[in-house]
Design a protein around this ligand. Structure first.
Ligand code: AMP
Length: 421
């Protein structure tokens, strides 16, 4: 019997890998501009880390975690998100003792046992950023701007940034109380999950996707009215700095996000073209999380982008493959001439391929399929005159150039093509 992949877990096939690499490389380039360093953690952690770090009354921990007992009898879980693992590593290796300000990013797979649908998988990948040791509004605004720049650099269209403040423990407690009182009166309109959450975690009701819950929270108290003066100042300065950074945003008082650890600033980025799962990134501040996980009291803020959703949005509009196909028509000597060019292009960092033993027609067909914008044709004439014919595979135009200039000319044509793409 044929064995298939587990539902909600996807293979990334060769034809899509260039998109993944583009996303990963863009992320790495942008993070470097902001002084972020890469950190890699295991995908398996002790279950307790996520119970403590994310909160046991969240959907992610309560319903979606892949948890099992290993052969040593320990409960372990596949990571459902990166922040708890990153902070565990930071604490374990004393990274904050070395430097009280750390800016870290990581890329990799996450696991959540959700109902798979378009844009929602059981294994998915995130680009994750964590910034530790700064509590001022500048660090919030700069982190949000970094997320915004990443979204636009990835070519996402109609990027919208929504922002909210969840206040600190003190002001949130007051808001929770007022919200709970309001929700009690709406209890019969709430979905079964929210009827329970209303008591344990009423903020979550605000971002429930059920239509009845969405209606029930119309007119609910708004957190901004409950912020203490410190949190209010912080929020206002974040918004002012976002303006200074030139990031367009919209305030959304119902943006509470799914994880328990957020304090003050939270945000979400949506982009055009995703349908119902339209959030491409989300994040926020978590000033007590490092302490909760056993580290020194350290403020922090972070975000995560879902890579599958970015890839879906990239569609076919990806940079052309940077390379040249070489077609050789002739005897052994022509082939040797072609091998010379193949080798020279590759050593200059230009991808090159050839199937010189096939018929001319088959070689041209393969060149067309290669995805490269150029093809170099070498036949008896070219060999005799020390020339190469360069064919532009997009508009079929051809030029004959001296073999001695071929590498430089091909590189220049590819560069122009890349810049105009
Ligand atoms: P979260 O960690 O839930 O805040 O999610 C951050 C981002 O990860 C979301 O905006 C999505 O782009 C992505 N994401 C979350 N869950 C999934 C999933 N099950 N499948 C695909 N992408 C996801």
């Amino acid at each position: 019997m044929e064995i298939k992949a587990i539902r909600g877990m996807n293979d990334i096939l060769p034809e899509d890998v260039s998109k993944w690499r583009f996303v990963e490389e863009t992320a790495r380039r942008i993070f470097a501009l902001y002084g972020f360093e890469e950190l890699r953690t295991p995908i398996l952690e002790r279950t307790e880390l996520f119970l403590r770090g994310i909160g046991d009354d969240t959907d992610v921990v309560e319903k979606q975690m892949y948890t099992f007992t290993d052969k040593g009898g320990e409960s372990v879980s596949l990571r459902p998100e990166a922040t708890a693992s990153v902070l565990r590593a930071v604490i374990e290796h004393g990274l904050l003792t070395e430097d009280p300000i750390r800016k870290l990013y990581s890329l990799g797979p996450m696991f959540r046992y959700e109902r798979p649908q378009k844009g929602r998988y059981r294994q998915f990948h995130q680009i994750n950023a964590e910034r530790l040791g700064e509590e001022g509004p500048f660090s919030d605004a700069e982190t949000l701007q970094l997320a915004y720049v990443l979204a636009t650099s990835l070519g996402l269209k109609n990027v919208t940034m929504e922002v909210n403040s969840l206040g600190c423990e003190d002001c949130r407690a007051q808001f929770k109380k007022a919200l709970q009182e309001f929700l009690m009166k709406q209890a019969d309109r709430l979905c079964p999950d929210c009827s329970r959450r209303m008591r344990t975690n009423p903020l979550r009701v605000l971002d429930c996707k059920a239509a009845s819950c969405k209606e029930a929270v119309i007119g609910a108290p708004v957190i901004e009215d409950f912020l203490c003066s410190d949190c209010r100042d912080h929020y206002q300065q974040v918004l002012a700095s976002l303006d200074a950074f030139g990031v367009p945003f919209r305030k959304n008082p119902n943006l509470v996000r799914g994880l328990d650890y957020y304090t003050r600033t939270t945000f979400e980025i949506t982009a055009e073209g995703l349908g119902s799962q339209n959030a491409v990134a989300g994040g926020g501040r978590y000033d007590s999380l490092v302490k909760t996980l056993g580290g020194p009291e350290t403020p922090g803020i972070g975000f995560a982008f879902g890579m599958e959703r970015i890839i879906m949005l990239l569609g076919e509009s990806i940079m052309p493959a940077y390379g040249c196909f070489i077609v050789a028509q002739g005897d052994e000597e022509v082939r040797r001439y072609a091998i010379g060019l193949l080798t020279e292009l590759r050593s200059a960092g230009i991808a090159a391929e050839s199937v010189p033993e096939k018929s001319f027609k088959a070689q041209m067909r393969r060149a067309g399929k290669s995805g490269y914008p150029l093809c170099a044709i070498i036949g008896e004439d070219e060999l005799k005159d020390s020339m190469v014919t360069i064919k532009n595979l997009e508009d079929s135009s051809q030029v004959k150039i001296a073999r001695a200039d071929a590498r430089e000319k091909i590189a220049a044509l590819l560069k122009d093509r890349g810049e105009n793409a």
